[in-house]
Every structure is written in structure tokens, then in C-alpha cells.
Design a protein around this ligand. Sequence first.
Ligand SMILES: [Zn+2]
Length: 364
Amino acid sequence: MTRTAEPLHVRGIILPDGERRDIWLVGDRVTFEPVRGALTVADGGFVLPGLVDAHCHLGIAPGGRPSDGVDQARSLAVVDRDAGVLAIRDAGSPIPYAQLDDDPDVPRLARAGRHVAPPKRYLKDIGVEVGEAGLNAEVARQAAAGNGWVKLVGDWIDRGVGDLAPAWDVQAMAGAVAAAHAAGARVAVHTFAEESVAALVRAGVDSVEHGTGLSEDDVAEMAARGTALVPTMINIATFGGIAAQAEEKFPGYARHMIALRDRFPAVVRAAHEAGVPIYVGSDAGGGIDHGMAAREMLLLHREAGLPAEAVLRAGSWGAREWLGFPGLVEGGLADLVVYAEDPRSDLTTLLRPQRIVLRGRVVV
Ligand SMILES: [Zn+2]
């Protein structure tokens, strides 16, 4: 599908610089060079290169089953887009949908293949389940299925133990990280617990997802290495319900999950203060609705105490740069969202996008 976009013009306060400027969008590129005859689509307001959801799942339908197919994945992406999310990192998809990478209606996509998970422990039908023997080969396969990311499940409940436990031996997990890097992919790792995340950070993962078990030492190690943290605070808020369901059979696990939840805002704040790059992820897909990135940003501000500018970096220009989608710079990608109020002084304005342009075309 090709649709030629006419040149567009936007005037407003451009973030992060905070300068009032004119910008033009020609095809799928940004320029500060005036373009004659361009259509003005916004005049006034505050302009961001869109929001980013750096951890969600387009391949998991509401309720937790794999999405029906590419059309459902597209419709979930459109929910995000219409909330101002113009770049997505899919942190594990049970269905392939590589054809959406260049779909003009779909936000920019950074994708992992399927979750790589241990046998019979992870969510049913979501991950590809593999033991230690096949782990590195599967990681290489999933690196090829994604477009730059591999998702590892680092820990999950072990019903035999009655608590969270590493998915594989920690040496095997370190080997899997190396295998992903050898295949040219970055590694995102799901962790809730303490032991797995400590080993995986030191094995050189690129991003810690959730990270409720991070210690002060782990945080210092991440800061030194430049390892990112995607806290998914919306997900962590569901730990109370998970614990309540598990309480009868697995009381130790239930207590552990509550303790992890309760310490988490301080962990996120400490990571920010130590200089760990933090990015916004809603963990939409399954039990969490799409279109929630702005809500996650409010939680990072209100619960973890991150300053508004840090939250904006985490959920907009900083996350785009991290994922390889340049923002509102000369030659950058033609994505932007305009808000009526200054999100630096009131993040709730992010819930009310006034104008959305994706790939040089007006969406809203
Ligand atoms: Zn997830």
C-alpha cells in the first residue's frame, strides 16, 4: 500500500528543546527548511515525537490467548496509535506479524520473536518452551523471527519449589544472552525475582523488564553498563491479585510477590537516581489494555517519583532514540503528537492528544 502524503507544517513548542519553532514533514521525514504550500495541521501547543510503549504485546489478545492473526495485531496497534503511541517495542509475540513493520497505519515497530521460556512453567501457548540443551539454538531462531530483539523469560513460579525460581541454570542463561548478541539481537529479559536478575544483568542483557527483584548492587551494575530498565508499573500493580489467587497453594510465592510489589517504587526511583536509563512500558496484551502508555507515565511520576522531564524522556524522545527511531530533528522520522498544555508542568495532558501525525500522515 502506498499513499503519497502532501507536505505538512506544524508550529509549536517543540520538545525536548522547548523552543517555539516551525517544522515541516515531507513524506516520512522532518525538516526545519520551509516548504512552500505545505498544509498547516497544528499552530500552537506542545509537540512531542509521539509516545513510546517499550513493552507491550500485539500478538496477545485481551484475555491472554494468542491474537487471531495479523489483523488483530494491527487493530491492537491502532489502539495504541490513537492514544499517541507512535513507536512500540513488542516484548514477545506468539504469532508472527513482520508484515506490519512498514504498514502506514501502524506505529514504528521494534519486535522480539516469541518469548523464549522454560518448559511447562510460563503462560500457556505464549512462549516457545525449551530446555537448557536447545536454548541457544532457539534464541538464534527467535532473533531471526524478530527485528532486533530477543525476549527471555528469566524467572517464573516453580510449582515444585512454591516460589519464583530462575528459568534455567544461570550459566545457561548467560550463554543465551551471548547467543542472542551473536545473532545480532538485543536482549530483553523478564524478571520478577532477585537471583535471576542479578545473574542476567552481569551476563550483559540490554534491558530488564519489570525488575522487581533488583538490589542496590544490581542497580549500580546496570548504571555502569548502561542497561535499561522498563518497570511496567501497571503490571506490578496486578501482583496483589496474582498473590490472592496463589495464596492457598503457594503461600510463600504469594508473600514474595507482595514484598516485591511493595518495594518497587523505591527501586525505580533508586535506578533513576543512579543513572539507569528507564523507559515506559505498559505490558499491554492479555490482562492489560492497549493505549495505556500515558497512564504508565503518570505512575512513574506519582508512585516512583520521577520528575516530569525524566518521564517524558522515558516515554518519548529518549525511548525513540533507544529503539532507533529518530524524533523531531532534521531528517528525523515524520511522527508527532501535539498537546494543548505543557506536559512538563502537567503530565495528564498526555491523556488528551490534540493532533497525531504518523509517517507524515494525519491520523487525528
Ligand atoms: Zn510483557
